[in-house]
Design a protein around this ligand. Structure first.
Ligand code: 8YV
Length: 323
């Protein structure tokens, strides 16, 4: 029987591409440029499986065509808000993602941002590299203590829980949780965490707020001007979830006016384009979407996609089916 034809929309770790080639007729993307909607439409017409990433905007218009060959979109990543789930479902296309495997590394990046912004590590490094450091003195670049403070986590899924584990056991932080559904009290007690009903009641209590909820229209601008106003002026906002969860123009204003103390961002609404309102703000640390970017995790994510594909083409239910 002919091997199923699969398309990798970006370059993947070599080991994973080799692993996939054993069972599939693999087409890669050696240029590694993001695909536009014309290329994505053509891909849905000609491949049995398409393996997209966050840079592929699979919206309704891309699915709006006849003669689709594709049967599964095996996403490389846990977040899949870039895929129109209703359109996939209406076209009988299965969608899978890669949960669990990237939770630890994404939480590590959220911790990195939290520590960097609170301890002014970005500012300090810029000062030193610019040759502007004038030596130690008692009032030099004073930051905020992290240990023992209150961390509010919005979205208490696997990544949110890994963040809680690090913050609570590593830094003695008190954990508050905001989540759409009720979290099992046994899970909360594992991290000494307390769940609060509304975001508006929760924000004024936090010294740090870390976002771990899904992106997409449901959570677009969840953190807006009004919600930034509810945060303490000494508090910090961390985002490793999706850019659209924050209104970044409102955030830029809040940072400039010192309505909050600082922010750490790994994700952006129109990445890789950055809202120019954010440029030059000192109490802001920005990373280029590095959450899952370790060798172990990126290989693990690829092998997880392979497992999902194997199950699908064996006629079984893929473990990580989301649509
Ligand atoms: C991925 C992520 O690298 O998995 C996710 O949802 O945000 C990233 O860590 C990216 O989405 C790849 O598609």
């Amino acid at each position: 029987m002919a091997k199923p034809r699969i398309l990798l929309t970006r370059k993947w770790p070599k080991q994973v591409e080799q692993h996939l080639a054993k069972r599939y007729d693999v087409t890669g993307n050696p240029s590694d440029q993001p695909m536009d909607s014309t290329q994505l439409k053509a891909a849905l017409r000609s491949f049995d499986a398409v393996l997209p990433t966050v840079t592929d905007k699979l919206d309704d218009a891309v699915f709006d065509q006849g003669n689709m060959q594709v049967k599964i979109l095996a996403n490389y990543g846990v977040g899949f808000a870039h895929i129109d789930s209703d359109a996939a479902k209406n076209n009988n296309i299965v969608v899978t993602n890669t949960p669990e495997i990237l939770s630890e590394c994404t939480a590590d990046i959220a911790m990195t941002l939290m520590l960097m912004v609170a301890r002014r590590a970005g500012e300090g490094e810029r000062q030193l590299r610019a040759g502007a450091w004038q030596g130690w003195h008692p009032t030099h670049m004073i930051g905020s203590k992290v240990s023992g403070k209150t961390l509010g986590i919005i979205g208490f899924g696997r990544i949110g829980q890994e963040m809680a584990r690090r913050a609570h056991f590593g830094f003695g932080m008190k954990i508050l949780v905001q989540n759409r559904s009720t979290i099992d009290p046994e899970i909360l007690s594992e991290y000494g965490a307390t769940q609060l009903e509304s975001v508006d009641d929760f924000l004024p209590l936090c010294d740090f707020v870390s976002l771990h909820c899904p992106g997409g229209s449901a959570n677009r601008h969840l953190i807006n001007r009004q919600r930034l106003d509810l945060m303490k002026p000494t508090a910090f906002l961390i985002n490793t979830a999706r850019g659209e969860v924050i209104d970044d123009s409102a955030l830029a204003k809040a940072l400039k006016q010192k309505d909050i103390a600082g922010a750490g961002l790994d994700v952006f609404e129109r990445e890789p384009d950055i809202n120019q309102d954010l440029a030059g703000i000192e109490n802001l640390v920005m990373l280029p979407h590095l959450g899952s970017s370790t060798a172990e995790t990126r290989i693990g994510m690829g092998l997880r996609v392979a497992d999902n594909l194997d199950a699908f083409f064996d006629g079984c239910e893929p473990k990580d089916r989301v649509v």
